[in-house]
Ligand binder design. Structure first.
Ligand SMILES: NC(=O)c1ccc[n+]([C@@H]2O[C@H](COP(=O)([O-])OP(=O)(O)OC[C@H]3O[C@@H](n4cnc5c(N)ncnc54)[C@H](O)[C@@H]3O)[C@@H](O)[C@H]2O)c1
Length: 462
């Protein structure tokens, strides 16, 4: 009898502790091994097997879930079937051969799944207006091919309101009742492709849901799959807003240093040295670096989701708009910088052989999305430059076979992506191949060494 009372007290205490942690937004880390009497792990379907969905699918499979991966891109599904690490993340190389992902092009076989993860793109159109079709289509596909009682988690980045105003009504229209037939949660992905340290398993998460049950179910899923803390948000809108704030924070800070770079170019101050100096302050300063532009699927896109949503609600996000304008101007500024440097040797862009080092949007990856290099290439092409392109991660788009051939054919260079291969070029080689002008779009080369060789060097703000 006393033992029963003790058990009751322990259970009550545990329930209280759960409640307390929940109220503070802190997830209680569960030990899955201790939950021996739990039924078999649920079936998971990842909808959208890209940079975000693929690693998540692999990690869920590694943790024992039966995983389905739905995508509209047949070519991608074939590669996954062949065991290709489609996102080229090193940490997945070892795990991939040990797991099975059931790829799907036809959504019907996903009906037995218990958890759906939406990881489809959220781009903007040419006027920077959010394109929500992939989210709408993915939600409709799930709503039409699900059993009752499923958990749906949105991982894609969206503005506050998308879960409640767009996704939820799609499920309701298909005849499903929220909180009974489906539970909707949002756990924005924060992966940083090519990052050797941070990946899907160790990046902390924020999680929001429409109701407490959805929150608990989603929390349990992530606790099983990732090894990082999960902060529970009070509302699903808070979770949506968190991700946009993170990326807007980065965009604004980069815009600030890009603007400083333009100003310091006129003042003759090396911005890199100034930022290094400022970064010696051990608090309240966070170093960001200017460059030839901001690329990728997130930073130059996500702020527009908030800008447009705020506009609908009669609020003008002036600060975000200005940051986007400044960062969007950087490829043009890089070309202007090149023209100024060429002026010193009385050359114009038209007709000059210009070598572009790097096409992808950031170092050591092949991702091309919104790459500033592409914008620079377009502007230079329109101005009549003779272009030579090399990217070791995009050899199919390169016009030369290697760095040497690029140097051989070029009079001027733009470093548009700071791939390791480029940073390892001994600067004397530039001289040996007769390079006269270098525009360092990533401020990554040794300015003094290059100048000492008699080559015209120009960085962004240095
Ligand atoms: N790439 C990143 O570094 C990153 C990081 C954090 C968050 N995000 C966010 O995650 C989301 C996904 O980004 P991503 O980089 O993985 O995109 P991605 O383009 O690499 O992958 C998305 C996949 O979804 C598929 N798809 C599109 N519509 C579909 C549909 N209706 N049904 C099934 N599949 C569909 C596409 O074919 C593609 O394979 C975006 O919202 C993005 O902002 C991306």
């Amino acid at each position: 009898m006393e033992e029963n009372n003790n058990n009751k007290t322990t259970n009550e205490l545990n329930a209280k502790l759960d409640e307390l942690l929940l109220s503070q937004g802190l997830a209680k880390i569960k030990n899955p091994a201790a939950e021996s009497q739990k039924p078999a792990k649920p079936r998971v379907c990842v909808v959208g097997m890209g940079y975000v969905g693929f690693p998540l699918a692999v990690m869920a499979a590694a943790k024992g879930y039966e995983v389905f991966g739905l995508d509209t891109d047949l070519g991608k599904l074939k590669l996954i079937d062949q065991g290709v690490n489609i996102v080229k993340e090193k940490y997945l190389d070892e795990i991939l051969p040990k797991v099975k992902i059931n790829t799907l092009h036809d959504p019907r076989p996903m009906r037995p799944c218990d958890i759906f993860l939406i990881c489809v793109p959220t781009p903007v159109d040419e006027k920077y207006y959010p394109i929500l079709e992939p989210i709408v289509n993915a939600s409709k596909t799930i709503a039409e091919n699900m059993k009752k009682g499923v958990l749906v988690i949105l991982e894609s980045t969206v503005n506050p309101g998308v879960c409640e105003e767009i996704i939820k009504p799609i499920f309701e229209k298909a005849g499903h009742l929220g909180g009974r037939d489906f539970f909707l949660a949002h756990c924005p992905e924060r992966v940083n492709p090519g990052d050797p340290k941070w990946n899907v398993t160790n990046i902390p998460r924020v999680l929001g849901a429409l109701d407490e049950t959805g929150l608990k179910l989603a929390q349990e899923f992530y606790q099983n799959v990732i090894e990082a803390p999960i902060m529970l948000m009070k509302t699903i809108r808070e979770a949506e807003a968190t991700k946009i704030v993170e990326n807007s924070f980065r965009d604004i800070n980069i815009a600030f240093v890009n603007e400083l770079a333009k100003s310091f170019d006129k003042l003759g101050i090396d911005i890199v040295n100034v930022i290094r100096g400022a970064a010696t302050k051990p608090f309240a300063f966070l170093a960001h670096w200017p460059s030839c532009g901001v690329g990728g699927h997130c930073i130059p896109v996500d702020p527009y989701y908030l800008i447009e949503k705020a506009k609908e609600n009669d609020f003008d996000h002036r600060f975000l708009r200005v940051a986007r304008e400044i960062n969007n101007s950087m490829p043009h500024y890089t070309v202007e910088t090149l023209q100024e440097a060429l002026n010193k040797i009385e050359k114009s862009i038209k007709g000059t052989n210009i070598g572009i080092l790097g096409i992808s949007y950031k170092a050591n990856v092949s991702d091309l999305r919104r790459s500033p290099s592409l914008e620079i290439i377009k502007i230079l092409k329109d101005k009549g430059a003779k272009l030579h392109l090399y990217d070791p991660h995009l050899t199919n788009l390169s016009t030369v076979k290697n760095i040497e051939e690029l140097l051989e054919k070029s009079e001027a260079l733009i470093l548009a992506t700071n791939h390791l291969e480029f940073l390892q070029i001994p600067v004397e080689k530039f001289k040996d191949y007769g390079i006269k002008v270098i525009v360092d779009g990533k401020n990554s080369f040794n300015k003094d060494k290059i100048k000492n060789l008699g080559i015209i060097y120009k960085g962004i703000g240095r």
